[in-house]
Write a protein that binds this ligand. Structure first.
Ligand SMILES: C[S@@+](CC[C@H](N)C(=O)[O-])C[C@H]1O[C@@H](n2cnc3c(N)ncnc32)[C@H](O)[C@@H]1O
Length: 342
């Protein structure tokens, strides 16, 4: 391995001196800083060796290149000239949707948002970096995103054989629901008529339509922006012959007792939509009922919701989709409505 000159900076001075060396162009930004018995060995660009040798001892070190660092380390290295109280709050995790990166950023980092956005974009090879400000809100679950870098906010996210095209600033994408989207793909729905009451961009509709053998799925979505992406995604995934997209409120869906299976992929007010689901479901049909409950108390809450609208049902299983808030989890219950239900 190539040997390069490095300044021996005592550990006690490292946090102050290293950012200075980077800022002044003395440190070689393409090579990795290493440690040796109480010192940090900072690679120095050859033409500045004389200058820095007046203050620090110079030694030789292996030229580990920055590419060997983890992306987190590379980002930290690039941003090491920001104040220490900012660098310690930099996000160490992120989500990606195609070439778009989404970070949860501490409020105090906002002052440096362009610099931070650029560093994440360059290290992670992204063309746009957004900060998730306050999660999703409202009936349409609209996200609240601030663009830190770039301007391309629509992208295609591949996941388990499905392509999801969406704009991260306009519609939500719950990455915590990946296992549930995967589970939907593995159901056997041969010959079934299915209703997705909260279709969004096709989160559950697409894996069901593509992989489960269903006959038709009616996919209802109220938000015109999400509906636009649902149409695109139906096309993109080649399931036009299976999916009937419907723009509107699911409480206005026509028809009675025709669905073998219903998806209720919505939380917090889901029980308000149960009477409509029971209008649509066939005797013997299955409802995938999502909602948030105090963690561990799911069975009681699912029974409360169903027993108030239907006397004869069987809970086939309940699984935790993800943690939602401290002490609260998002669950999905598979509930079979009795053959005798009328
Ligand atoms: C965003 S999805 C929920 C998350 C999704 N199931 C997942 O796995 O990520 C919920 C969708 O239901 C839609 N929606 C809310 N109320 C509705 C209604 N009454 N009728 C039809 N769609 C509705 C929202 O616009 C939203 O797109």
């Amino acid at each position: 391995m190539k040997r390069v000159p490095a300044a021996k900076i005592p550990e006690s001075e490292a946090s102050e001196t290293i950012p200075e060396l980077i800022k002044s162009g003395i440190a070689d930004k393409t090579a990795k800083i290493s440690k040796e018995e109480g010192f940090r060995l900072v690679p120095v660009v050859p033409e500045r060796v004389d200058e820095i040798s007046r203050k620090y001892e110079i030694c030789e070190t292996d030229s580990h290149t920055l590419e060997r660092l983890t992306p987190q380390e590379q980002i930290l290295y690039r941003l090491s000239d920001l104040p220490a109280d900012i660098t310690e709050k930099l996000p160490t995790k992120w989500e990606s949707a195609g070439e778009i990166i989404i970070l949860k950023m501490d409020e105090s980092c906002r002052e440096f948002k362009e610099t931070i956005g650029r560093a994440y974009a360059e290290v992670l090879n992204a063309n746009t970096v957004c900060a998730d400000i306050s999660g999703v809100s409202g009936e349409f679950r609209r996200p609240s995103m601030e663009i830190l870098y770039g301007n391309k906010t629509e992208s295609v996210r591949p996941e388990n054989g499905i392509l999801y095209d969406f704009d991260v600033t306009k519609v939500m994408f719950a990455s915590g629901n990946t296992d549930e989207r995967m589970r939907m793909r593995t159901l056997d729905c041969t010959g079934e008529t299915v209703v997705d009451m909260f279709a969004g961009i096709g989160y559950f509709t697409l894996p069901l339509a593509k992989f489960t053998g269903l006959r038709k799925i009616f996919s209802c979505e109220k938000n015109p922006e999400s509906y636009g992406f649902l149409l695109k995604n139906i096309e993109l995934n080649g399931v036009k012959n299976k999916v009937i997209p419907i723009l509107g409120d699911n409480r206005s869906l026509p028809g009675k007792k025709f669905a073998d299976r219903i998806l209720m992929g919505y939380v917090q007010t889901t029980s308000l939509f149960l009477p409509k689901a029971l209008d649509l479901i066939k005797p013997g049909g299955i409802i995938h009922y999502h909602d948030t409950f105090p963690t561990g108390e799911h069975e009681k809450y699912v029974n409360d919701a169903f027993s108030s609208v239907c006397k004869d049902y069987e809970i086939l299983g309940i699984r935790e989709v993800k943690s939602f808030a401290p002490g609260i989890s998002h669950y999905v219950a598979d509930v079979k409505i009795s053959d005798r239900f009328s």
